[in-house]
Design a protein around this ligand. Structure first.
Ligand code: S3P
Length: 174
């Protein structure tokens, strides 16, 4: 049996990938997988701890391995990724082979969502001017998100139900 084509959610930190992914999976009756959660489960430590001991390069290596393993799953699933999944070419090439959905939001919206959980996000944690740090990362990554996605959904001001509905109306299911 060939590998399943998964529904993969990408986007910046705070884009709602996990929240939307869970609801989408529930409605479609597909398994839900979360790359960040799987990393924490396998490594038996938190993401900030992984960054602290191994740095970002080490984290990206584990992230790629976990992601490559999750997509091997034969059962079609909804997969939520971490915001930096698009940074490595090997991940982008996987994303292009699946039904990859980019959840987009304005920097203002992302900032509002992320400021509530800054401590969980090592890339932003130590920066006192979090908004400018976010803006730099966002602009660095924008093209990579677009290049990797098959569908783009604008999420600003929309409810979870509306976003899930929009995704369901554009993805191709067997
Ligand atoms: C990261 C995003 C995080 C997590 C890690 C790095 C990033 O996931 O993978 O802190 O580089 O954008 P979320 O997008 O779920 O916050």
């Amino acid at each position: 049996m060939i590998n399943a084509q998964h529904i993969i959610l990408i986007g910046f930190m705070g884009a709602g990938k996990s929240t939307i992914g869970k609801e989408l999976a529930r409605q479609l009756h597909y398994p839900f997988m979360d790359v960040d959660e799987e990393i924490v489960r396998q490594e038996r430590r938190t993401i900030p701890e992984i960054f602290k001991t191994g740095g970002e390069t080490f984290f990206r290596q584990i992230e790629s391995e976990v992601f490559a393993n999750l997509v091997q799953n034969k059962e079609r699933s909804v997969i939520a990724t971490g915001g930096g999944i698009i940074l490595l070419e090997q991940n982008r090439s996987i994303l292009k082979r699946h039904q990859t959905i980019l959840l987009e939001a304005s920097l203002d919206t992302l900032f509002k969502r992320v400021s509530k959980q800054q401590q969980d996000r090592p890339l932003l944690k130590t920066d006192s001017d979090m908004k400018s740090k976010m803006e730099v990362l966002y602009n660095e990554r924008l093209l990579l998100y677009h290049e990797s996605a098959k569908y783009i959904i604008q999420t600003d001001g929309k409810s979870i139900d509306t976003i899930v509905e929009e995704i369901r109306s554009c993805i191709e299911l067997p």
